[in-house]
Design a protein around this ligand. Structure first.
Ligand SMILES: NC(=O)c1ccc[n+]([C@@H]2O[C@H](COP(=O)([O-])OP(=O)(O)OC[C@H]3O[C@@H](n4cnc5c(N)ncnc54)[C@H](OP(=O)(O)O)[C@@H]3O)[C@@H](O)[C@H]2O)c1
Length: 242
């Protein structure tokens, strides 16, 4: 199995890269600012007898997205799994956000992923079990008091995924994992009070881990999920149900 994981340098993406490698997959580890972290996991996988390489790109820039697609297509004539995990969560009130902020948020969280999918479809078409998994957010359905642009971008991700699920069936399945509050760098800015308040809203009583989400991604990317497409799998400890 050959998988490209965007945002594989840390957090949920890194856990997904490790999970795929452990399951015997070859992994392309995409990163943006943390090249050394991506290189570190590539070496870790090589030391364990696996196969991986890293590629950098800012998904907010069309030429960098094209370079990323080209780098993967040059290495591999076939891609089985494409995980769109990279994302930025700019926390600001709606009133603070300007046109450019919203545009940047859309580019990084959805337009870059859309373009990357389009460019890599010929490689996915060579797979007999093509899988695309998008990482959205609980905020796409609940909304956010300090991240309207992010919530809108993640809702767009879900609409894109459902549309692709229709258009690419039966060759490729397309699904979404929507995490709740997961203990990664994205939540590092929380104060103790915010963290405590956050915990109170989660029936399971703890934040999610990157591995909790990676397990859901790995399931949707596996042969066990071959009859699932256009679905959103919520991984949020009960924070939002239904
Ligand atoms: N943690 C949560 O509570 C939570 C909840 C709901 C949804 N999510 C979603 O889960 C996904 C992973 O987030 P995480 O929690 O693991 O956060 P994270 O630790 O901050 O990781 C974000 C990843 O995205 C990459 N990235 C950021 N900006 C990028 C850009 N402009 N171009 C390309 N790559 C970029 C980063 O690359 P570098 O590190 O190399 O710069 C990093 O690998 C995101 O889509 C996020 O929106 C997270």
């Amino acid at each position: 199995m050959r998988a490209l994981v965007t945002g594989g340098s840390q957090g949920i993406g890194l856990a997904t890269v490790r999970r795929f490698a452990r399951d015997g997959g070859e992994v392309a580890v995409h990163y943006h600012r943390h090249g050394p972290a991506a290189e570190k996991v590539v070496s870790e996988i090589a030391d364990q007898g696996g196969s991986a390489f890293s590629v950098g790109a800012d998904l907010g820039h069309p030429e960098e997205v094209r370079e990323l697609a080209r780098a993967v297509a040059e290495k591999w004539d076939r891609l089985d799994v494409l995980v769109h995990n990279a994302g930025e969560y700019p926390r600001r009130s709606f009133l603070e956000g300007k046109w450019d902020d919203f545009e940047r948020c859309l580019r990084v969280n959805v337009i870059g992923a859309s373009e990357l999918t389009r460019l890599l479809l010929p490689r996915l078409a060579h797979s007999r079990n093509g899988r695309i998994v998008f990482v959205s957010s609980v905020l796409a359905s609940s909304g956010s008091r300090h991240g309207a642009h992010y919530a809108a971008a993640k809702a767009a991700v879900e609409g894109l995924a459902r549309s692709l699920a229709r258009e690419l069936a039966p060759t490729v399945t397309v699904n979404v994992v929507a995490p709740g509050s997961v203990d990664t760098a994205i939540l590092a800015g929380d104060s103790v009070t915010q963290r405590t308040a956050r915990l109170r809203t989660i029936p399971i009583g703890r934040l999610g881990t990157a591995n909790d989400v990676a397990d859901a991604i790995a399931f949707l990317a596996s042969p066990s999920a071959s009859y699932i497409t256009g679905a959103t799998l919520h991984v949020n400890g009960g924070l939002r149900m239904g």
